[in-house]
Design a protein around this ligand. Structure first.
Ligand code: ASP
Ligand code: MG
Length: 412
């Protein structure tokens, strides 16, 4: 069981979490709980690091920001004990959650289950500080923002358990309900689709946690911690229950062609006009960007009629736009281009569904719906289970609602 920051925001909420744990214990399960820091705590800790030192040492940053989870783990263990449930807290290093040495964004290498299993054998609930581990040099590491989801899946994989993620929404929706009130909660979604949705800005789960669940085939359920802990809708043996189950695609009986529509406003577009259409030009543009740590997403190239020049348009994260423009200006002579233009008033919409593999016409429907609304498409990318378009941000909500309806996703 994993509980995010809003679910443990104060002592009353932690008591509510303890009641969810008690329900599972009473049902006869062995339980390990992974907790995040109280809502807002990690931001505050990050802030403190930034104020303490301009160019802070990442290993000390980890020592500071990992502390939020340790507080919650101890408090939940105390609350469980107060309810008469045997429980103990664990810091990452005590288990140990072994990670690589990339402070601030470490990856889990291994979690030997012995200590956790021994505590379960003694009848205890394990309460584990998420987000943190121990690096090869014995120092505290953290897993990147949102990393306690990944802690939870990794612990579930190590213990051969299922993983229930309790959060402040009651599942995964066909699109953002704040934009389209007719969005529906999905009963089930495949790992692959969830991976696309997670990386496209549906901020329910850390992307890494979904990758890990897919690799180790951990059944992952997203559900609300604000449901009545002792309410009637519990998870059954055959996988029915509250929230959304993220699982293998062959466990999904009623597969839709399109399962969900995701969007991202975190986009900026760069256009490089009049570059020579010859070998090596793309490398001279994207090489220096990669060296500067800037990832590029959508890329479109069009060639002029005489075939001599090309225009290149691509997208980067909004926060990287200035840096990207600086890099390109610096490389101007080397690349050789006419002019450079950019916009940060663009947004990306993606339709996602494993049914696309076997159904033609998903992309063409998307283009038709957008054209009927008079929305221009700036760039397109596709994968086997996803079509993404870049549009003017002003039309984002209109486009989402039109597509949601066109793909038959509207609920009652
Ligand atoms: N507390 C950490 C964060 O805010 C980890 C997490 O909540 O998943 O990013
Ligand atoms: Mg989170």
């Amino acid at each position: 069981m994993k509980f995010g920051g809003t679910s443990v925001a104060d002592l009353e909420k932690i008591r509510n979490v303890a009641r969810h744990v008690r329900r599972e214990v009473t049902a006869g399960h062995e339980v390990s709980v992974i907790v995040s820091a109280m809502a807002g705590k990690t931001n505050e800790l990050v802030d403190w690091c930034e104020q303490a030192c301009d160019d802070y040492d990442a290993s000390e940053y980890d020592a500071v920001v990992a502390s939020g989870e340790q507080v919650t783990a101890g408090l939940l263990a105390l609350t469980l004990q107060d309810m008469g449930i045997a429980a103990r807290s664990w810091a990452g290093w005590q288990i140990p959650v072994q990670t690589d040495g990339f402070h601030g964004k470490a990856r889990i290498m291994d979690i030997p289950p012995d200590n956790l299993v021994a505590a379960l054998d003694e009848g205890k609930v394990n309460v584990i500080a998420g987000f943190q581990g121990i690096g090869p040099d014995g120092r505290i590491t953290t897993l990147g923002r949102g990393g306690s989801d990944t802690s939870a899946v990794a612990v579930a994989a190590a213990l051969g358990a299922r993983c229930d993620i309790y959060t402040d929404v009651d599942g995964v929706y066909t699109t953002d309900p704040r934009i389209e009130a007719k969005a529906r909660r999905l009963e089930r979604i495949s790992y692959e689709e969830m991976l696309e949705l997670a990386s496209l800005g549906a901020k329910v789960l850390q992307t890494r946690s979904v990758e890990l669940a897919m690799t180790y085939n951990v059944p992952l359920r997203v559900r609300s911690s604000f449901d009545d802990p002792d309410g009637p809708f519990q998870v059954t043996e055959d996988g029915r229950g509250p929230g959304t189950l993220v699982c293998e695609e062959d466990e999904i009986v009623e597969q839709q062609v399109v399962s969900g529509i995701a969007y991202s406003r975190d986009e900026a577009q760069v256009a490089i006009r009049k570059v020579k259409d010859k070998p090596g030009v793309s490398a001279s543009i994207f090489g220096p960007l990669a060296d500067a740590g800037i990832s590029v997403d959508m890329i479109v190239q069009n060639v002029s009629a005489d075939g001599e020049f090309a225009n290149l348009t691509f997208t980067v994260a909004r926060g990287d736009l200035k840096k990207a423009l600086d890099v390109l200006a610096r490389e101007k002579d080397n690349i050789g281009f006419g002019e450079l233009a950019s916009s940060d008033e663009v947004a990306k919409i993606s339709v996602v569904g494993i049914g696309m593999r076997s159904h033609a016409g998903v992309a063409s429907k998307m283009f038709r719906v957008l054209s009927e609304k008079g929305i221009n498409i700036e760039a397109i990318t596709t994968s086997e289970i996803k079509v993404s378009v870049l549009i003017d941000e002003a039309y984002l909500e209109l486009a989402i609602r039109a597509l949601h309806s066109a793909y038959g996703l509207d609920g009652a």
